[in-house]
Design a protein around this ligand. Structure first.
Ligand code: DGL
Length: 263
């Protein structure tokens, strides 16, 4: 069952999660999406787990004020660090984003997995790749790549892929960070045109399935959203699509979303 009008919070450290939002809009277009990108603290990937947890909790608290029916952590790093913990702290379902290693293993046998340092070092990531023994995975922490992508799209800074990617022969690449999805075709070309996988589709489908399992709306008696009350936190919206941008970075994220024609 589709949940028309449901409110979905979508969170990332910055612009990376806009790529997940784009996929969610394609897969489930009749929901209301509230995008919170924490651009002023991005990138998260080299920060401590404690710091990341504080930022994610802040975002989910904002989502609970909005009255979301589910939250999507459109961030592999946040998912790896604290998705489980957040599930215990908030009443709505928290859907994570994970590197698409299982999808890649269906057609590839020697796969490079690019992710942030915090993701690669996490126990969750290690057990994920160990759960697919049929495939050889080479994890690589691309330490500066997410920050460079954020700077490219926000400030027009140039980015040279060879400064960030390891050399090697692989038959597939998994993008374990939603920021990297912006460079999907460039990363494929860098390795000679091999297939590149991301977890966005899996996340969007999981959102749909979680909503269809939800028997009742969490906020049956909620008030209509008061837009003016939230203007200090920059709540802007693309009316026709039911997409709202929340938080201090709202205008930045809205402008990247529009300029990349992601809707
Ligand atoms: N886009 C995020 C991820 O998927 C975070 C990148 C970062 O802020 O370092 O991991």
């Amino acid at each position: 069952m589709r949940k028309k009008g449901f409110r979905i919070g979508v969170f990332d450290s910055g612009i990376g999660g806009l790529t997940v939002l784009e996929t969610c809009l394609r897969v489930a277009h009749d929901l209301n999406y509230f995008y919170y990108g924490d651009n002023f603290h991005a990138p998260y990937g080299n920060r401590s787990a404690e710091e990341i947890t504080v930022f994610v909790r802040r975002a989910l608290t904002k989502f609970s004020e909005i009255g979301v029916d589910a939250a999507v952590l459109a961030c592999n790093t946040a998912t790896a660090v604290c998705a489980e913990r957040m599930r215990g702290e908030f009443p709505f379902p928290v859907i994570g984003t994970e590197p698409a290693v299982k999808v890649a293993a269906k057609t590839c046998s020697n796969v490079l997995v690019l992710a942030t340092s915090r993701t690669v070092e996490s126990a969750r990531f290690q057990s994920l790749i160990q759960s697919v023994p049929s495939c050889r995975f080479t994890p690589f922490a691309a330490r500066g790549l997410a920050g460079a992508i954020e700077a490219k799209f926000l400030f027009g800074k140039s980015l040279t892929l060879s400064d960030h990617l390891p050399k090697g022969n692989y038959d597939g690449v998994v993008l374990g960070c939603t920021h990297y999805v912006y460079l999907k075709s460039e990363i494929s070309a860098f390795y000679g045109g091999i297939p590149v996988f991301d977890g966005n589709e899996g996340t969007a489908k999981r959102l749909v399935s979680v909503l269809s399992e939800q028997k009742t709306n969490l906020y049956d008696h909620r008030q209509p959203l008061d837009i003016t009350q939230n203007t200090n936190n920059c709540l802007t919206k693309i009316q026709s699509k039911g997409v709202y941008f929340v938080g201090k970075g709202g205008k930045i994220n809205e402008s990247v979303f529009k300029s990349e024609r992601m809707f």
